[in-house]
Design a protein around this ligand. Structure first.
Ligand code: ATP
Length: 234
């Protein structure tokens, strides 16, 4: 589904990612793990087309180099950004409607909103509340559901567990696991390696802009050395 080869990402003169390669197969959940500053968000930004990048990013075999940010969304890339960035003053329902804003099939947007309210009842119960009045975990779920409203082929999740209490983190990971079970293709960027690997098929460990290790979730999770390295990330 997504294949990245020799990707370099730049912020002005600073090179944040130094030639990484990774792939996410259809229906897979792949974890991109690493500490603060490793280059995880830079990688997501490059996939979305909002960071200057060199190398190849291909979606379903087609190179995205010359594809605009809007057209990348149109081709099926959706992101739930770090820090959620929901619209605080707008209702939960309005946040979801905005997520569906780029769709050509406008007539199906309301039905999809209802579908996500059924799948994630916590959001349905709060449909008329301003997004800003939701708890951190609920806001995270809203950010993910909003991304899903564009009917993506691949969902990029940037640190969904960030700043959440452990019990709430478990709920957010359950939500992601449910999406994976339903067949969604997911690139999960996380510092929380142990929990991310529990719901992932494959993982990459990014450090200082380079892939330091990769393997199936079982390989990475099963290696004591590797888990020490991963969980020592904070
Ligand atoms: P975090 O979990 O802290 O967001 P990360 O793994 O997502 O970490 P990035 O945000 O991709 O890491 O940052 C990678 C490197 O690029 C860091 O050294 C960071 O300081 C630098 N960087 C990121 N964004 C910018 C920017 N807009 N301008 C300059 N440098 C940047």
């Amino acid at each position: 589904m997504l294949k990245i080869q020799n990707l370099h990402v730049f912020h002005g003169p600073i090179e944040a990612v130094h030639g990484i390669s990774l792939s996410v197969g259809t229906g897979q959940c792949v974890a991109l793990l690493g500490p603060n500053g490793a280059g995880k968000t830079s990688t997501i930004s490059a996939i979305c087309g909002i960071a200057q990048a060199k190398g190849t990013i291909a979606l379903e075999g087609s190179d995205l180099a010359k594809v605009s940010v809007e057209d990348r969304i149109g081709r099926g890339i959706a992101v739930s950004p770090e820090g959620r960035r929901i619209f605080s003053n707008l209702s939960v329902e309005a946040n979801l409607r905005i997520g569906g804003g780029i769709r050509a099939d406008r007539e199906n947007v309301q039905a999809d909103i209802e579908r996500w309210f059924e799948t994630f009842p916590i959001l349905g119960e709060r449909r008329t509340q301003p997004g800003g009045t939701l708890s951190g975990g609920e806001q995270q779920m809203l950010a993910i559901a909003r991304a899903l409203m564009s009917k993506p082929k691949i969902l990029l999740l940037d640190e969904p567990s960030l700043g959440l209490a452990p019990r709430i983190v478990a709920q957010v990971f359950q939500m992601i696991a449910k999406l994976r079970t339903e067949g969604m293709t997911i690139l999960l960027v996380e510092q929380n390696a142990r929990q991310a690997l529990q719901i992932s098929d494959y993982g990459y460990l990014l450090n200082n802009g380079r892939i330091q290790a990769e393997g199936t979730a079982a390989e990475l999770g099963g290696s004591t050395d590797m888990m020490a390295k991963l969980t020592g990330l904070g």
